[in-house]
Design a protein. Structure first.
Length: 144
């Protein structure tokens, strides 16, 4: 049996995942990190995007996080995010609509919108759609 590490993924609203995994892959500010059991402790900010929890060589669970923090201890990984969603629970229609609205707002040249906010909303919608696309493409290797 492979060594495992305990993983907790928590959003502002609820605990999204708590369980054992062989590896966690996340998008830290300075690049992608892979965390295996007995990893050296560290704390880092996360970029919005995918967090992949590898349950075994053939199973994994992808999540979307809106950013946040990752704390790594030798036997525990904790991810704290404002928003965290299991890939299978992403509402594709809502993400597509958010993307469309943000793109429309960015085309508005009247100066009545907050461009930074529109860009952030567009980036979040795109990242959610990317995580969902990854989930659909690799559906066979996800939790049963």
């Amino acid at each position: 049996m492979a060594m495992t590490i305990h993983v907790d993924i928590v959003s502002a609203e609820e605990e999204i995942y708590s369980g054992q995994a062989e590896m966690v892959i996340a998008q830290a500010e300075l690049g992608e990190v892979g965390i295996a059991p007995r990893h050296a402790p560290f704390l880092a900010r996360l970029r919005p995007g995918a967090v992949r929890v590898k349950l075994s060589a053939s199973e994994e669970m992808p999540f979307y996080v809106s950013g946040g923090l990752i704390e790594v201890q030798p036997h525990v990984v904790t991810i704290l995010a404002d928003t965290a969603i299991r890939a299978r629970d992403i509402d594709e229609a809502a993400a597509q609509e958010a993307k469309r609205r943000a793109e429309e707002a960015l085309r508005d040249k009247s100066g009545k919108i907050d461009y930074a906010r529109a860009q952030a909303e567009l980036a979040e919608a795109i990242r959610q759609l990317q995580v969902l696309e990854y989930y659909k493409k690799h559906k066979g290797k996800f939790e049963k």
